[in-house]
Write a protein that binds this ligand. Structure first.
Ligand code: 4AD
Ligand code: MG
Length: 462
């Protein structure tokens, strides 16, 4: 009978039928007069048994891993005593090679293995992606993005696609990639926040999933030069609403992944101990966090006024206690979440260490620092995965704050400050680093594993 063309994922309903599947040879076991191919087509893995004449052709004897093939046969249920992906096996009666892959010294398995240098693996990322772990991470990434979108839409946020090419160099000048735009200076976006703010009066609450680009001198486990930024902006909310909303989106996104058998299996494969975080998340004001770090003996590297590390007599970086006004660095953040073992919102950071547009809390009598309605969400193993704040609502106040920004031409920001001129409102928003969120759920050592073709300082290929 005519074989039915199918993808591996859809085979379950075709047991006992004649089908044909195309894919790549993922694994290959040859015996005297038979052979087993584990086929991969991107939707799953299928065990295929070849015996008799079909296993003894020249093509069969010279078949190599990663060749593309088409296999025809009847799909058989395998007995419980044998294990096969999906619980079935294709009994092949006809097959052909579509594209052979090199064997011998050029075989993939010899080229790429755990002994390889990191830079070799990065150069060969297009082939590394064929591996079981790398492809599982990317499948989970797609599901995580879809799940987050479903949650955001269900909470009445509308998706928009802001531009990546821009000229207003707001947040932190030196951290933008600059380019020549028909003879004019332009930049790649670091955040779509300001565009989202301008959408509130026309579209209501909005979100976007957009690449953000950052000149980061940091070679760390959690910094990329280009990352996927999920950002949202909400009108007529309080700071408390904002934190609750972030928590809801993060938790619903995870719950949906765990409730779906296919995505739950990916999480189990990558991160066997992962469980949904319990709610509500801890909330800790920045000032309490400084005390907490000191009470737990977590110090920071001492630095001079230019930010250079201060060395002790033995040449080691000197460590000192945290003081109010200090940034909580990556190492301290990670130790904190490792001890707490659960997500935590750090909030109400001093204005001096946060972005100019953040809403300030009324100054407390005698307090040395003006605080802001800002929050960072930290999770175990990664640290900060999301940052957000309420925004200044007054045009005068915002203009004054913009004036303090180095290298910013305030008049060029009219489109953003006009949001306050034409009917201002209490509003706030946040940005989630998608690779960091995924690194947490998939238990990856670095965000580089969570990006298709990761970029970091010095790496912009393939
Ligand atoms: O904390 P950030 O810089 O906040 C903003 O850009 C706000 N304008 C967002 C907003 O309110 N709409 O960045 C937000 C998140 C961080 O918490 C982090 O998860 C991620 O973006 N992130 C990075 N991820 C990977 N590589 C980098 N270099 C990142 N920089 C920030
Ligand atoms: Mg941040």
């Amino acid at each position: 009978p005519q074989a039915k063309k199918t993808k591996i994922r859809h085979l379950e309903h075709l047991r006992g039928q004649r089908v044909f599947v195309s894919g790549w040879v993922h694994r290959l076991h040859s015996h005297e007069d038979s052979m087993v191919i584990v086929l991969r087509d991107g939707t799953g893995y299928l065990q295929c048994a070849l015996s008799g004449k079909v296993a003894q052709t020249y093509a069969a004897l010279t078949l190599t891993l990663e060749s593309s093939v088409q296999l025809h046969g009847v799909l058989q249920v395998v007995p419980e005593s044998k294990t096969a992906p999906g619980g079935h096996e294709l009994s092949v009666d006809f097959w052909k090679v579509l594209g052979a892959a090199p064997g011998g010294d050029d075989a993939l398995a010899d080229k790429l293995n755990e002994k390889c240098d990191q830079s070799v693996l990065a150069d060969m990322r297009h082939l590394v992606l064929r591996g079981e772990t790398a492809s599982a991470v990317l499948k989970l990434r797609a599901a995580l993005l879809a799940s987050a979108r479903t949650s955001l839409v269900s909470h009445n946020l509308l998706e928009v696609t802001p531009q990546c090419l821009l000229q207003t160099q707001v947040e932190g000048g030196a951290t933008h990639f600059e380019l020549d735009y028909y003879g004019q200076r332009a930049f790649l976006t670091r955040s779509s926040q300001f565009y989202l703010e301008t959408c509130l009066p026309s579209l209501g609450d909005v979100f976007c999933v957009q690449e953000s680009f950052r000149v980061e001198q940091a070679h760390t486990r959690r910094h990329l030069s280009e990352y996927t930024h999920l950002e949202a902006e909400l009108a007529f909310i309080t700071f408390d609403d904002l934190m609750s909303h972030i928590e809801t989106i993060i938790c619903e996104t995870i719950d949906r992944l765990l409730a779906n058998p296919a995505t739950a299996a990916l999480i189990k494969q990558l991160s066997p101990d992962f469980t949904a975080p319990s709610r509500p998340f801890l909330r800790m004001p920045y000032i309490d966090a400084i005390q907490w770090l000191n009470a737990h003996g977590i110090q920071r590297e001492a630095a001079d006024a230019d930010g250079n590390a201060i060395l002790d007599a033995a040449g080691n970086t000197e460590m000192v206690a945290h003081a109010v006004g200090d940034d909580i660095g990556e190492a301290a953040e990670r130790r904190m979440t490792d001890i707490l073992g659960v997500p935590v919102f750090l909030h109400s950071f001093p204005a001096a260490m946060k972005a100019f547009y953040m809403k300030r809390l009324p100054a407390q009598d005698g307090a040395a620092h003006v605080l802001t309605e800002s929050c960072d969400l930290l999770v175990p193993g990664v640290g900060e995965i999301a940052g957000g704040s309420m925004r200044m609502t007054g045009q005068e106040e915002l203009l004054a704050a913009l004036e303090t920004q180095e290298s910013v031409d305030v008049s060029s920001c009219y489109w953003f400050t006009d949001q306050r001129k034409y009917g201002t409102c209490e509003h706030g928003g946040y940005g989630v680093g998608v690779e960091r969120f995924l690194a947490w759920v998939a238990n990856r050592h670095t965000v580089r594993e969570c990006s298709l073709y990761p970029r970091w300082p010095g790496r912009v290929t393939p």
